[in-house]
Design a protein around this ligand. Structure first.
Ligand code: DAH
Length: 340
């Protein structure tokens, strides 16, 4: 027995020397310590040993097993460390190397304008309210002083969903929702998509508007004019002025159309302003008292102004875009020109 053990020990010593990877360590371990491994077999062979020698033999075999197990464990630790270091070396990243530049996209001109408008008006104390795109007839028209038989409904070709539900044609609908919910003073901006059955070089069935509403005690048309001047300077450049022309909207009285002095020619007259020196940019006015009353705001105590502009229109003017379709086609060659 002792001989057998010695033989096995030297075989094992040789086997240890031949192990160079976790894989071969595993296999060798199985060969000796596995269920049918040589050391396990030795244990099984105890049956053939005379009874009185068994305890001694058992001790020797167990000592051998313990010795082998410890050796395997030592070797396993060493190999694992070597292998891990190899892997670290292979995967090492030189953080001082220059990185690969990720090409960045560009914001859509609409997004640029919407953000700029929000930033300009937030600077004047406006907060943003976004209403729903599917509106009721009431919010889109009736509450805006445009009941069912009102001729002004013809100004906007409406997509109706049901008799009472429609795709909003104007962000003005948001005014009503805000006035119903909040008490004056009110100063909100309402950007969003609107829909009209319209389609040509300057019209799209879906486009974006930005609505503004201010309601407080003592608000006058002068406040509107002052705010518009500030807006025009900021968005189109210093020196740009505004002028108000009388107009008609059912929800404002008086109503005005707002022009800015042509930022291309400075007002002398050019192709952009069609020789007039002025460019129309938005509609506005003093909130009609019927609209205030309908929302539970006392027109004897409060007054307000409202304005609404087309975001695509502002983007086209600001960036010199001559066809509205370019804003909806998603052509990367067009869009990447707006990279900041
Ligand atoms: N809602 C109008 C439109 O879509 C624009 C507008 C005009 C909004 C005058 C207003 C306003 O708030 O006071 O044509």
């Amino acid at each position: 027995m002792q001989d057998k053990i010695e033989q096995l020990k030297s075989k094992l010593a040789q086997a240890f020397a031949d192990i160079h990877s976790s894989e071969s360590l595993f296999q060798t371990k199985m060969k000796y310590l596995g269920k049918t491994g040589e050391i396990s077999e030795l244990m099984k062979g105890m049956r053939d040993i005379p009874k009185e020698e068994r305890p001694e033999a058992g001790k020797i075999i167990n000592a051998l097993r313990a010795w082998a197990e410890e050796k395997f464990a030592d070797l396993d630790r060493t190999l694992k460390e070597i292998e891990l270091n190899k892997q670290y070396k292979k995967e090492a990243v030189d953080v001082t190397l220059p990185g690969n530049r990720q090409p960045s996209g560009a914001y859509h001109p609409n997004t640029l304008v919407r953000r700029e408008l929000i930033s300009i008006f937030s600077g004047m104390g406006f907060t943003v309210f976004e209403g729903p795109e599917i509106e009721t007839d009431y919010y889109n028209f009736t509450a805006l002083n445009t009941p069912k038989d009102h001729p002004a409904r013809d100004m906007q070709d409406t997509f109706y969903i049901t008799d009472d539900l429609l795709l909003r044609t104007q962000t003005s609908a948001g005014q009503i929702r805000v006035m119903e919910k909040c008490k004056p003073p009110i100063k909100i901006l309402s950007p969003g998509k609107v829909y009209r059955s319209d389609d040509d070089a300057t019209h799209s069935p879906m486009f974006s508007q930005m609505e503004g509403l201010v309601v407080d005690k003592g608000i006058t048309l002068c406040d509107l004019k002052g705010m518009l001047d500030e807006f025009a300077r900021k968005i189109f450049g210093e020196g740009v002025k505004t002028r108000l022309r009388p107009s008609y909207f059912p929800f404002t009285e008086p109503s005005v159309e707002v022009d800015v002095s042509c930022f291309e020619c400075g007002g002398k007259g050019c192709r952009l302003c069609k020789g007039t020196g002025w460019i129309e940019v938005l509609g506005a006015g003093m909130v009609n008292r019927h609209v205030l009353e309908g929302c539970g705001v006392d027109p004897e105590e409060y007054s307000g102004f409202a304005f609404g502009m087309g975001i695509e229109r502002i983007a086209m003017l600001k960036y010199g875009i001559n066809n509205m379709k370019l804003l909806f086609e998603g052509d990367v060659r067009f869009l990447k020109q707006f990279k900041g």
